[in-house]
Write a protein that binds this ligand. Sequence first.
Ligand code: SF4
Length: 344
Amino acid sequence: MERQSVIASATEEYPWADLDIPDAGGGGCGRLLKVLLDGRCSYDCAYCGVRARRGGCSATPAGIADTFLRMHREGRADGLFLSSGIAGDVDLAMEGIVETGEVLRRRGFRGYLHLKVLPGASRADITDAARVASRISINIEAPSASRLSEVAGVKDYRCDIEKRQAWVAEAMPGRHTTQLVVGAAGESDAEILSCISRQYGRLAPARVYYSAFTPVAGTPLECREATPLWRQRRLYQVDALVHFYQFSPDLIRDVMDDDGFLPDADPKRVLARDLPPVDINTAPLAAILRVPGIGPVGARRICAMRRKASLVSPADLRKCGIRMKDAAPFVRFGREVQARLSSF
Ligand code: SF4
Protein backbone atom coordinates (compact mmCIF):
# COMPACT_ATOMS: atom_id res chain seq x y z
CA MET A 1 0.00 0.00 0.00
CA GLU A 2 2.79 2.36 0.99
CA ARG A 3 4.64 1.73 -2.24
CA GLN A 4 1.48 2.32 -4.27
CA SER A 5 0.65 5.56 -2.52
CA VAL A 6 4.12 6.98 -3.10
CA ILE A 7 4.01 6.09 -6.76
CA ALA A 8 0.55 7.57 -7.04
CA SER A 9 1.68 10.80 -5.41
CA ALA A 10 4.74 11.16 -7.62
CA THR A 11 2.90 10.22 -10.74
CA GLU A 12 0.37 12.99 -10.23
CA GLU A 13 3.12 15.21 -11.54
CA TYR A 14 5.49 12.76 -13.19
CA PRO A 15 3.74 9.81 -14.82
CA TRP A 16 7.02 7.95 -15.27
CA ALA A 17 7.94 8.05 -11.59
CA ASP A 18 8.36 4.87 -9.60
CA LEU A 19 9.47 3.79 -6.19
CA ASP A 20 11.95 1.02 -5.83
CA ILE A 21 13.58 -1.14 -3.21
CA PRO A 22 17.06 -0.19 -2.02
CA ASP A 23 18.75 -3.17 -3.70
CA ALA A 24 17.81 -1.78 -7.07
CA GLY A 25 20.41 0.91 -6.65
CA GLY A 26 19.64 2.41 -3.30
CA GLY A 27 23.00 1.66 -1.76
CA GLY A 28 21.51 1.36 1.70
CA CYS A 29 18.82 4.00 1.23
CA GLY A 30 15.26 3.27 2.36
CA ARG A 31 12.48 4.11 -0.05
CA LEU A 32 13.91 5.35 -3.30
CA LEU A 33 11.94 7.54 -5.67
CA LYS A 34 12.95 6.74 -9.24
CA VAL A 35 12.11 9.39 -11.74
CA LEU A 36 13.05 10.58 -15.22
CA LEU A 37 13.78 14.24 -15.75
CA ASP A 38 12.63 13.85 -19.33
CA GLY A 39 10.18 11.12 -20.33
CA ARG A 40 11.00 11.57 -24.00
CA CYS A 41 13.89 10.00 -25.88
CA SER A 42 15.11 10.13 -29.45
CA TYR A 43 17.27 7.00 -29.10
CA ASP A 44 16.16 3.67 -30.46
CA CYS A 45 16.81 1.08 -27.72
CA ALA A 46 14.49 -1.72 -28.76
CA TYR A 47 13.79 -2.92 -25.20
CA CYS A 48 12.92 0.47 -23.72
CA GLY A 49 9.47 1.69 -22.74
CA VAL A 50 10.54 5.34 -22.85
CA ARG A 51 11.35 4.91 -26.53
CA ALA A 52 7.80 3.66 -27.05
CA ARG A 53 6.32 6.59 -25.13
CA ARG A 54 6.70 9.09 -27.93
CA GLY A 55 5.33 12.45 -26.85
CA GLY A 56 6.13 11.83 -23.15
CA CYS A 57 6.50 14.72 -20.71
CA SER A 58 9.51 16.50 -19.31
CA ALA A 59 10.09 18.24 -15.99
CA THR A 60 12.42 20.95 -14.77
CA PRO A 61 15.20 20.40 -12.22
CA ALA A 62 13.38 22.70 -9.78
CA GLY A 63 10.12 20.82 -10.32
CA ILE A 64 11.69 17.44 -9.60
CA ALA A 65 13.46 18.89 -6.56
CA ASP A 66 10.17 20.36 -5.23
CA THR A 67 8.31 17.09 -5.59
CA PHE A 68 11.05 14.98 -4.08
CA LEU A 69 11.63 17.31 -1.12
CA ARG A 70 7.92 17.39 -0.37
CA MET A 71 7.76 13.59 -0.39
CA HIS A 72 10.92 13.44 1.69
CA ARG A 73 9.46 15.84 4.28
CA GLU A 74 6.31 13.75 4.41
CA GLY A 75 8.44 10.67 5.08
CA ARG A 76 7.41 8.97 1.87
CA ALA A 77 10.76 8.89 0.04
CA ASP A 78 14.23 8.70 1.56
CA GLY A 79 16.36 9.00 -1.54
CA LEU A 80 16.19 9.95 -5.19
CA PHE A 81 17.28 7.99 -8.24
CA LEU A 82 17.30 10.36 -11.20
CA SER A 83 17.72 9.50 -14.86
CA SER A 84 16.48 11.01 -18.10
CA GLY A 85 15.55 10.20 -21.64
CA ILE A 86 17.59 12.01 -24.28
CA ALA A 87 15.05 14.06 -26.19
CA GLY A 88 17.70 15.99 -28.13
CA ASP A 89 21.16 16.97 -27.03
CA VAL A 90 22.77 14.59 -24.53
CA ASP A 91 24.68 17.45 -22.85
CA LEU A 92 21.43 19.30 -22.16
CA ALA A 93 19.86 16.19 -20.63
CA MET A 94 22.94 15.53 -18.52
CA GLU A 95 23.15 19.15 -17.37
CA GLY A 96 19.52 18.90 -16.22
CA ILE A 97 20.35 15.83 -14.12
CA VAL A 98 23.34 17.55 -12.53
CA GLU A 99 21.38 20.73 -11.93
CA THR A 100 18.64 18.79 -10.13
CA GLY A 101 21.29 17.34 -7.83
CA GLU A 102 22.77 20.77 -7.22
CA VAL A 103 19.35 22.26 -6.42
CA LEU A 104 18.66 19.49 -3.92
CA ARG A 105 21.99 19.96 -2.18
CA ARG A 106 21.60 23.76 -2.13
CA ARG A 107 18.21 23.28 -0.54
CA GLY A 108 19.77 21.22 2.23
CA PHE A 109 19.06 17.64 1.17
CA ARG A 110 21.97 15.54 2.50
CA GLY A 111 20.48 12.09 1.86
CA TYR A 112 20.92 9.48 -0.83
CA LEU A 113 21.07 10.81 -4.36
CA HIS A 114 21.78 8.50 -7.29
CA LEU A 115 22.39 10.28 -10.59
CA LYS A 116 22.41 8.37 -13.84
CA VAL A 117 25.15 9.18 -16.34
CA LEU A 118 23.78 9.14 -19.87
CA PRO A 119 25.60 7.47 -22.78
CA GLY A 120 27.84 10.04 -24.46
CA ALA A 121 27.92 12.38 -21.41
CA SER A 122 30.83 14.79 -21.21
CA ARG A 123 33.64 14.27 -18.72
CA ALA A 124 32.86 17.62 -17.08
CA ASP A 125 29.23 16.62 -16.45
CA ILE A 126 30.32 13.28 -15.02
CA THR A 127 32.71 15.06 -12.65
CA ASP A 128 29.96 17.47 -11.60
CA ALA A 129 27.48 14.62 -11.06
CA ALA A 130 30.02 12.83 -8.84
CA ARG A 131 30.49 16.02 -6.82
CA VAL A 132 26.84 16.20 -5.74
CA ALA A 133 25.69 12.56 -5.84
CA SER A 134 25.97 9.71 -3.36
CA ARG A 135 26.32 7.34 -6.26
CA ILE A 136 26.53 7.59 -10.05
CA SER A 137 26.05 4.92 -12.68
CA ILE A 138 26.00 4.33 -16.39
CA ASN A 139 24.15 1.34 -17.79
CA ILE A 140 26.15 -0.94 -20.06
CA GLU A 141 22.85 -2.71 -20.93
CA ALA A 142 24.52 -5.58 -22.85
CA PRO A 143 27.69 -7.63 -22.32
CA SER A 144 29.45 -6.58 -25.54
CA ALA A 145 29.45 -4.08 -28.40
CA SER A 146 28.00 -6.61 -30.83
CA ARG A 147 25.17 -7.55 -28.46
CA LEU A 148 24.28 -3.91 -27.81
CA SER A 149 24.24 -3.13 -31.52
CA GLU A 150 21.48 -5.73 -31.93
CA VAL A 151 19.11 -3.80 -29.67
CA ALA A 152 20.37 -0.20 -29.49
CA GLY A 153 21.81 0.97 -32.80
CA VAL A 154 22.40 4.62 -31.81
CA LYS A 155 24.61 3.92 -28.81
CA ASP A 156 28.28 3.26 -29.51
CA TYR A 157 29.30 0.72 -26.86
CA ARG A 158 33.00 1.57 -26.82
CA CYS A 159 32.74 5.35 -27.06
CA ASP A 160 29.36 6.26 -25.54
CA ILE A 161 29.41 3.70 -22.77
CA GLU A 162 32.78 2.05 -22.00
CA LYS A 163 34.77 5.27 -22.30
CA ARG A 164 32.25 7.09 -20.10
CA GLN A 165 32.22 4.24 -17.63
CA ALA A 166 35.98 4.64 -17.18
CA TRP A 167 35.40 8.33 -16.41
CA VAL A 168 32.62 7.40 -13.99
CA ALA A 169 34.97 4.96 -12.21
CA GLU A 170 37.62 7.65 -12.00
CA ALA A 171 35.20 10.28 -10.69
CA MET A 172 33.67 8.03 -8.03
CA PRO A 173 35.98 5.08 -7.35
CA GLY A 174 34.18 2.12 -5.79
CA ARG A 175 30.87 3.96 -5.55
CA HIS A 176 29.57 3.63 -9.09
CA THR A 177 27.28 0.92 -10.43
CA THR A 178 26.04 -0.39 -13.74
CA GLN A 179 23.17 -2.45 -15.07
CA LEU A 180 22.52 -5.06 -17.74
CA VAL A 181 19.21 -5.88 -19.37
CA VAL A 182 19.16 -9.68 -19.33
CA GLY A 183 17.83 -11.47 -22.37
CA ALA A 184 17.03 -8.55 -24.67
CA ALA A 185 19.97 -9.14 -27.00
CA GLY A 186 19.93 -12.95 -26.95
CA GLU A 187 23.19 -13.10 -24.99
CA SER A 188 24.17 -16.17 -22.98
CA ASP A 189 24.97 -16.22 -19.27
CA ALA A 190 28.57 -17.10 -20.20
CA GLU A 191 28.83 -13.80 -22.10
CA ILE A 192 27.43 -11.95 -19.09
CA LEU A 193 29.90 -13.75 -16.81
CA SER A 194 32.87 -12.69 -18.97
CA CYS A 195 31.56 -9.15 -18.99
CA ILE A 196 31.12 -8.86 -15.23
CA SER A 197 34.52 -10.43 -14.57
CA ARG A 198 36.05 -7.66 -16.67
CA GLN A 199 33.88 -5.09 -14.92
CA TYR A 200 34.93 -6.08 -11.40
CA GLY A 201 38.53 -6.59 -12.49
CA ARG A 202 39.06 -3.29 -14.30
CA LEU A 203 36.53 -0.77 -13.07
CA ALA A 204 35.62 -2.06 -9.62
CA PRO A 205 31.95 -1.00 -9.57
CA ALA A 206 30.23 -1.25 -6.19
CA ARG A 207 27.56 -3.43 -7.80
CA VAL A 208 26.32 -4.69 -11.12
CA TYR A 209 22.54 -4.89 -11.40
CA TYR A 210 20.57 -7.26 -13.60
CA SER A 211 17.19 -6.45 -15.02
CA ALA A 212 15.25 -9.28 -16.65
CA PHE A 213 13.97 -8.17 -20.04
CA THR A 214 10.22 -7.57 -20.17
CA PRO A 215 8.59 -6.87 -23.53
CA VAL A 216 6.95 -3.46 -23.80
CA ALA A 217 4.02 -2.88 -26.15
CA GLY A 218 4.93 -0.61 -29.04
CA THR A 219 8.63 -1.59 -29.10
CA PRO A 220 10.32 -3.80 -31.72
CA LEU A 221 10.72 -6.50 -29.05
CA GLU A 222 7.10 -6.50 -27.92
CA CYS A 223 6.61 -10.10 -29.12
CA ARG A 224 9.80 -11.45 -27.58
CA GLU A 225 9.37 -13.69 -24.59
CA ALA A 226 10.09 -12.14 -21.21
CA THR A 227 13.25 -13.32 -19.48
CA PRO A 228 12.23 -15.52 -16.54
CA LEU A 229 12.90 -13.91 -13.20
CA TRP A 230 14.77 -16.99 -12.03
CA ARG A 231 17.49 -16.19 -14.60
CA GLN A 232 17.93 -12.73 -13.09
CA ARG A 233 18.13 -14.33 -9.63
CA ARG A 234 20.74 -16.89 -10.71
CA LEU A 235 22.83 -14.12 -12.26
CA TYR A 236 22.74 -12.21 -8.97
CA GLN A 237 24.02 -15.37 -7.28
CA VAL A 238 26.78 -15.74 -9.88
CA ASP A 239 27.61 -12.07 -9.43
CA ALA A 240 28.02 -12.59 -5.68
CA LEU A 241 30.31 -15.56 -6.30
CA VAL A 242 32.52 -13.46 -8.59
CA HIS A 243 32.41 -10.24 -6.61
CA PHE A 244 32.33 -11.26 -2.96
CA TYR A 245 33.53 -14.89 -2.98
CA GLN A 246 36.25 -14.35 -5.64
CA PHE A 247 35.25 -17.51 -7.53
CA SER A 248 37.03 -17.72 -10.88
CA PRO A 249 34.89 -17.40 -14.02
CA ASP A 250 36.27 -20.78 -15.19
CA LEU A 251 34.90 -22.44 -12.09
CA ILE A 252 31.46 -20.90 -12.56
CA ARG A 253 31.38 -21.91 -16.21
CA ASP A 254 31.28 -25.52 -14.99
CA VAL A 255 27.73 -24.87 -13.82
CA MET A 256 26.53 -23.78 -17.26
CA ASP A 257 25.28 -25.96 -20.08
CA ASP A 258 27.03 -26.31 -23.45
CA ASP A 259 25.30 -23.17 -24.74
CA GLY A 260 26.53 -21.13 -21.79
CA PHE A 261 23.28 -20.89 -19.81
CA LEU A 262 22.78 -21.39 -16.09
CA PRO A 263 20.31 -23.93 -14.78
CA ASP A 264 17.61 -22.81 -12.38
CA ALA A 265 19.62 -23.97 -9.39
CA ASP A 266 21.85 -22.30 -6.81
CA PRO A 267 25.24 -22.20 -8.61
CA LYS A 268 27.21 -22.60 -5.38
CA ARG A 269 25.26 -25.71 -4.48
CA VAL A 270 25.75 -27.14 -7.96
CA LEU A 271 29.51 -26.58 -7.66
CA ALA A 272 29.55 -28.22 -4.23
CA ARG A 273 27.91 -31.45 -5.39
CA ASP A 274 31.20 -33.31 -5.98
CA LEU A 275 33.15 -31.45 -3.34
CA PRO A 276 34.94 -33.68 -0.80
CA PRO A 277 34.27 -32.52 2.79
CA VAL A 278 36.46 -29.55 3.71
CA ASP A 279 38.59 -29.71 6.85
CA ILE A 280 37.45 -26.61 8.64
CA ASN A 281 40.64 -26.42 10.72
CA THR A 282 43.20 -26.59 7.92
CA ALA A 283 41.50 -25.67 4.62
CA PRO A 284 42.47 -22.35 3.00
CA LEU A 285 39.91 -19.56 2.96
CA ALA A 286 39.08 -20.17 -0.72
CA ALA A 287 38.15 -23.80 0.00
CA ILE A 288 35.98 -22.83 2.98
CA LEU A 289 34.14 -20.34 0.76
CA ARG A 290 33.16 -23.21 -1.54
CA VAL A 291 30.97 -24.69 1.22
CA PRO A 292 27.24 -23.93 0.94
CA GLY A 293 26.01 -21.98 3.94
CA ILE A 294 29.39 -20.27 4.47
CA GLY A 295 29.80 -16.72 3.19
CA PRO A 296 32.81 -14.39 3.25
CA VAL A 297 32.04 -13.06 6.74
CA GLY A 298 31.54 -16.53 8.22
CA ALA A 299 34.68 -17.85 6.49
CA ARG A 300 36.78 -15.04 7.95
CA ARG A 301 35.32 -15.70 11.41
CA ILE A 302 36.27 -19.38 11.09
CA CYS A 303 39.85 -18.47 10.17
CA ALA A 304 40.07 -16.05 13.09
CA MET A 305 38.61 -18.55 15.55
CA ARG A 306 40.83 -21.46 14.49
CA ARG A 307 43.93 -19.32 14.99
CA LYS A 308 43.08 -19.41 18.72
CA ALA A 309 41.84 -23.01 18.99
CA SER A 310 40.64 -25.86 16.79
CA LEU A 311 36.96 -25.90 15.92
CA VAL A 312 35.62 -29.17 17.22
CA SER A 313 31.89 -29.28 16.62
CA PRO A 314 28.96 -27.85 14.67
CA ALA A 315 28.33 -25.59 17.65
CA ASP A 316 31.66 -23.84 16.96
CA LEU A 317 30.60 -23.22 13.39
CA ARG A 318 27.24 -21.92 14.53
CA LYS A 319 29.11 -19.42 16.71
CA CYS A 320 30.70 -18.17 13.47
CA GLY A 321 27.23 -17.62 12.03
CA ILE A 322 27.32 -20.67 9.75
CA ARG A 323 24.05 -22.27 8.61
CA MET A 324 24.77 -25.87 9.55
CA LYS A 325 21.68 -27.13 7.73
CA ASP A 326 23.45 -26.20 4.47
CA ALA A 327 27.06 -26.67 5.49
CA ALA A 328 26.98 -29.95 7.48
CA PRO A 329 27.43 -32.41 4.55
CA PHE A 330 30.45 -30.48 3.28
CA VAL A 331 32.59 -29.96 6.38
CA ARG A 332 34.70 -32.09 8.69
CA PHE A 333 36.71 -31.17 11.74
CA GLY A 334 40.04 -32.81 10.85
CA ARG A 335 41.45 -36.18 11.71
CA GLU A 336 43.12 -34.99 14.91
CA VAL A 337 39.94 -33.40 16.24
CA GLN A 338 37.81 -36.40 15.18
CA ALA A 339 40.21 -38.71 17.04
CA ARG A 340 40.02 -36.55 20.14
CA LEU A 341 36.22 -36.48 19.91
CA SER A 342 35.99 -40.26 19.53
CA SER A 343 38.20 -40.80 22.60
CA PHE A 344 35.55 -39.23 24.85
S1 SF4 B 1 18.69 6.03 -24.25
FE1 SF4 B 1 17.74 5.28 -22.38
S2 SF4 B 1 15.71 6.26 -22.31
FE2 SF4 B 1 16.48 6.46 -24.42
S3 SF4 B 1 15.62 4.72 -25.52
FE3 SF4 B 1 17.65 4.10 -24.78
S4 SF4 B 1 17.30 3.11 -22.77
FE4 SF4 B 1 15.45 4.29 -23.33
